[in-house]
Design a protein around this ligand. Structure first.
Ligand SMILES: N[C@@H](CCC(=O)N[C@@H](CS)C(=O)NCC(=O)O)C(=O)O
Length: 198
């Protein structure tokens, strides 16, 4: 497998995922600050011109959530996804999708300060998303309860990002969850790779 990645970007989720899964993979730096994402070569891999992208043989996967599902299913021995017949499979998919469908637009709303009614906005509102996430993380330790999964990599990165950029209030649930995520050896390995590559 090959990961197209850039330090200090959303591609951290894919790096953490691959480290958590103890996957064998190579990395190729796409320095978005040097506009490498806009070269013809990279646009052929991802027409969106965005990292992360994972290539596994003939499979080319972009979008963080899709990369999570792909790797967790491809490497079941890593135990990062509940099996399809497991009752936790539904909540697992829900939280994976919640990041792109609800958290990201809610952050953008908080950043740009635009208003929309709950029925206009698919994510409801920034306040609603924050309260729902807070409620889901209050008991812990993970978003599915006792079991860590690839959904924690997506949610963990979103919480980390939200706290770092003031898009998420410093509630106890978020701070404790971020601490648990950062204590994981897979997170720490990914963090070292990021820092060395930055
Ligand atoms: N929807 C994508 C978003 C990825 C994304 O926004 N990547 C940013 C870095 S954080 C990027 O590559 N930006 C380069 C650009 O837009 O020129 C995902 O979830 O993977």
């Amino acid at each position: 497998m090959k990961l197209y990645w850039c330090p200090g970007t959303r591609s951290f989720s894919a790096l953490w995922l691959l480290e958590e899964a103890e996957a064998r993979y190579e990395r190729e730096l796409i320095d978005i600050r040097a506009q490498m994402q806009d070269t013809d070569d990279f646009r052929r891999i991802n027409p969106m011109g965005k990292v992360p992208v994972l290539v596994d043989g003939k499979a080319v996967v972009s979008e963080q959530g899709a990369i999570c599902v792909f790797v967790a299913d491809r490497m079941p021995q890593a135990g990062l996804a509940p099996a399809p017949e497991d009752p936790l499979r539904g909540p697992y998919l829900k939280w994976l999708f919640f990041v792109g469908n609800c958290i990201e637009p809610a952050y953008m709303q908080a950043h740009l300060g635009f208003t929309a009614t709950k029925s206009q906005a698919a994510w409801g509102s920034h306040g609603l998303v924050v309260d729902v996430l807070d409620g889901a993380l209050r008991d812990g330790p993970w978003i599915l309860g006792e079991r860590f999964s690839a959904a924690d990599i997506m949610i963990g990165c979103a919480v980390w990002f939200g706290l770092a950029f003031g898009l998420l209030e410093e509630r106890d649930s978020f701070l404790a969850y971020r601490k648990r995520c950062m204590a994981r050896p897979g997170f720490q390995r990914a963090d070292r790779i990021e820092k060395a590559g930055a």
